[in-house]
Design a protein around this ligand. Structure first.
Ligand code: NAD
Ligand code: MG
Length: 400
């Protein structure tokens, strides 16, 4: 394996922490070059001291001061860069070989895109980047020759089950011989909750995922299954697969991480513990397999694996996502932006859980009724994202 200098964007988050855990297991080939955080600056300082990072990126001058105050490292303090432009510049830094894009939300799009443009090995956890700007992102990967490795567990599983020889490139057409992608979904914490109780669920209940431990935003997305909707859009772009050839299968145990169905009737699946260090290690080690720290999976102890159809009445956000993908890119930008606002307001207990789908639907109606010009550039995408956030914020106020 070649030496890699890794920039971890969003290092204080759930994916960021798992990434640092895997990197620490391979000090001979993997080193941390840069880390970034938005709020937990003390934690960032501890991570930088432990990993010997040479650069950290923080959002504001105040955060820079807090980092300096919090620094307890024995070695020299890392260079501190400030602001969103510094995030993108660091992702493209010539010293960096590999970028883990693990910022949550569309806020991670500019830096993930900068990494792709600079031809890095991009480990993409930030699915919202592909939802908002999939066409632009994949075109950029193709043009720059970047290596793109999906980290979302379902897409990593599909990547592993794809025909050999497909490398870490950005395909422009579906792989030959593949009939469908089967995306598994746990169904989240409310898979069997009585429908009339959903209006009263709390943020903590929504974040208590039965199988995975994740950041709060993606946990709520998993509860509404909007997360699976984002993943359908993500799979569409990553594997150049038309929407009608992507199927969602509910699989409550989260052991089969996803599957590829072939023309000859074969279905290939990737199985493992629900632990993100497996896909992260796959992305870091590719094409080799390296230790991730994840324990073995005992199939006998598990006993059974269940599969069922998704319930679109219980999970209206899943239906809205399929609709958005069929409608086009503006709808996908709006779906994501409206959801980010609605989830934020739900987590702050300003709107009910069941309002999330209504906020998204209303925003989609508004955006679909507008004539949106082409979304060819990052600026176009960010402008529509900002516009949708305004509409969604207003809508949440009315609700509250
Ligand atoms: P998290 O909330 O735990 O961490 C988010 C990270 O992003 C933090 O380091 C935070 O400081 C940073 N961040 C947040 N807002 C920012 C902003 N405006 N500017 C700069 N940095 C910002 O989230 P997570 O669970 O680690 O998820 C990260 C991404 O990975 C998401 O896109 C999520 O959908 C995806 N993902 C996560 C998992 C998982 O198991 N956690 C699985 C698959 C995909
Ligand atoms: Mg996933």
């Amino acid at each position: 394996m070649k030496l890699q200098h890794v920039c971890v964007l969003g290092s204080t988050g759930s994916i960021g922490e798992s990434t640092l855990d895997v990197i620490a297991r391979h000090p001979d080939v993997l080193s941390v070059y840069a880390l970034s955080a938005n709020t937990r600056i003390d934690k960032l300082a501890r991570q930088a001291a432990a990993t010997g990072a040479r650069v950290v990126v923080v959002p504001t001058d105040d955060a820079k001061r807090r980092f300096t105050d919090a620094w307890r490292g024995a070695a020299a303090m890392p260079e501190i860069r400030v602001g969103p432009q510094a995030l993108a510049d660091t992702a493209a830094d010539p010293e960096v070989t590999t970028v883990m894009a693990a910022i949550v939300g569309a806020a991670g799009l500019p830096s993930a895109l900068a990494a792709a443009r600079a031809g890095k090995r991009v480990l993409l956890a930030n699915k919202e980047a592909l939802v908002a700007a999939g066409g632009l992102f994949m075109r950029t990967v193709r043009e720059s020759g970047a290596e793109l490795l999906p980290i979302d567990s379902e897409h990593n599983a599909i990547f592993q089950c794809m025909p050999r020889g497909r490398g870490a490139a950005a395909p422009s057409e579906p792989a030959k011989g593949v009939r469908r992608l089967l995306l598994t979904a746990s169904g989240g914490p409310f898979r069997t909750t009585a429908l009339d109780q959903l209006g009263a669920v709390t943020p903590d209940q929504a974040c208590a995922h039965p199988n995975w431990s994740m950041g709060r935003k993606i946990s709520v997305d998993s509860a509404t299954m909007l997360n699976k909707g984002l993943e359908v859009i993500e799979a569409h772009w990553l594997f150049a697969m038309p929407v009608e050839r992507i199927q969602v299968v509910v699989h409550p145990q989260s052991v089969v991480h996803s599957m590829v169905e072939y023309e000859d009737g074969s279905i290939l699946a990737q199985l493992g513990q629900p632990d993100m260090r497996t896909p992260i290690a796959y992305g870091l080690g590719f094409p080799e397999r390296i230790d991730s720290g994840v324990g073995l999976l005992s199939l006998a102890a598990l006993g059974r694996l269940d599969f069922e159809e998704p319930d679109f009445e219980r999970f209206p956000c899943l239906r809205l996502s399929f609709d958005a993908l069929r409608t086009g890119q503006a709808a996908c930008v709006a779906l994501n932006a409206a959801n980010e606002i609605a989830v934020d307001r739900f987590l702050k207990q300003q709107i009910r859980y069941t309002e999330i789908a209504h906020v998204i639907e209303d925003c989609l109606d508004k955006i679909n009724g507008m004539s949106v010009s082409r979304l060819d550039s990052l600026d176009d995408v960010l402008a529509l994202d900002a516009h949708t956030r305004k509409i969604a914020s207003q809508r949440c106020l009315i609700q509250a």
